[in-house]
Design a protein around this ligand. Structure first.
Ligand code: APR
Length: 236
C-alpha cells in the first residue's frame, strides 16, 4: 500500500507495460513491436524521409490495433485516483494510445505523441489534426493546408519530447512519483525518477520485472499493473 496524504502531489509516468493487459504489445519484449522492425526504419526522421510508406504502414497498423483495445483496470485505477486528487494529480504517458483518456484521465500529457493525430511533415506551424485513418497506401495520406504531406504525430527517436516544460514543473512540485510499466531505457523519461528524488519525492515503480533504473526507486512493486494498481493507494 502507498499512502497519499492531503499534502501530497502525485506525478505518474506510464509506459507500454500499462497497456499490455489491454492486448497492446510492448516495444522491447521478445515478441514486442521492435522485434519485427529496425527502429531506424520506422521511428526516425530519416525513415520518414527515405521510406514514408513504411513509416505510415507501421503507424496505421498501430492505429488499427489501438482502436480494438480497451482500457484495463490499471488505466481505470489511475483515472479514479485523479478523480480523488484533482489538481494534485498529474499523468505523463510515453504511450501513444488513448487508453488513459478512454478510462477517464484528464490531466495528462502524451510526451511521445498520439496515434490518433497527424501533423504537417514540414512543421509549418499548423496544429496537429485528429486522424484515425488506417492508410492502405501512401497516396491516401492527407495534406496539410500548406501542401506538405501529413506525418504521424509521434515523437521519433532523435526528436524532442512534447510538453517538457510542463512536465519538469510538475515533477519539481510532486511529493510522490509513481512509474508504471516502462523499461527505463528511453531518455529523458528514464531520468524523471532522478529529478523527482532531487526534489525530495518518494518514488515507486510497478511492473513484472525491475526496470533498468530500478536502483533509483525508493520502492519497486513487482506485479502486473492491472493487478497491482487497483489495490495500491491508500488515501487519507
Ligand atoms: N504491467 C506493468 N508492466 C508491464 C506489464 C504489465 N502487465 N507487462 C510488461 N510490462 C513492463 C515490462 O517489464 C517492461 O519493463 O513494461 C515495460 C515495457 O518496456 P518497453 O517495451 O521498453 O516500453 P517503454 O518503456 O514504454 O518504451 C519507452 O520507447 O520505443 C520507444 O517511444 C517508445 O514510448 C516508447 C519508449
Amino acid at each position: 500500500m502507498i499512502s497519499i496524504g492531503p499534502a501530497d502531489r502525485v506525478f505518474v509516468l506510464t509506459g507500454a507495460g500499462i497497456s499490455a493487459e489491454s492486448g497492446l504489445p510492448t516495444f522491447r519484449a521478445s515478441d514486442g513491436l521492435w522485434a519485427g522492425h529496425r527502429v531506424e526504419d520506422v521511428c526516425t526522421p530519416e525513415a520518414l524521409e527515405l521510406n514514408p510508406a513504411l513509416v505510415w504502414q507501421f503507424y496505421s497498423e498501430r492505429r488499427e490495433q489501438g482502436a480494438k483495445a480497451a482500457p484495463n483496470p490499471a488505466h481505470v485505477a489511475l483515472a479514479k485516483l485523479e478523480a480523488e486528487l484533482g489538481d494534485r494529480f498529474f499523468l505523463c504517458t510515453q504511450n501513444v494510445d488513448d487508453l488513459h483518456e478512454r478510462a477517464g484521465s484528464k490531466r495528462l500529457v502524451h510526451m511521445h505523441g498520439e496515434l490518433a493525430k497527424s501533423r504537417c511533415e514540414d512543421d509549418c506551424g499548423e496544429l496537429p489534426v485528429e486522424d484515425h485513418t488506417v492508410y492502405k497506401s501512401l497516396d491516401e495520406v492527407g495534406r496539410c493546408k500548406c501542401g506538405a504531406r501529413l506525418r504521424p504525430h509521434i515523437v521519433f527517436f532523435g526528436e524532442i519530447p512534447l510538453e517538457m516544460d510542463r512536465i519538469q514543473r510538475e515533477i519539481a512540485r510532486a511529493t510522490l512519483m509513481v512509474v508504471v510499466g516502462t523499461s527505463g531505457s528511453v531518455y529523458p523519461a528514464a531520468n524523471f525518477v532522478h529529478w523527482a528524488r532531487q526534489a525530495g519525492a518518494r518514488t515507486v515503480y510497478i511492473g513484472p520485472e525491475p526496470p533498468l533504473n530500478a536502483h533509483a526507486f525508493t520502492n519497486v512493486v513487482e506485479g502486473k499493473a492491472g493487478e497491482v494498481l487497483p489495490e495500491l493507494f491508500e488515501l487519507s
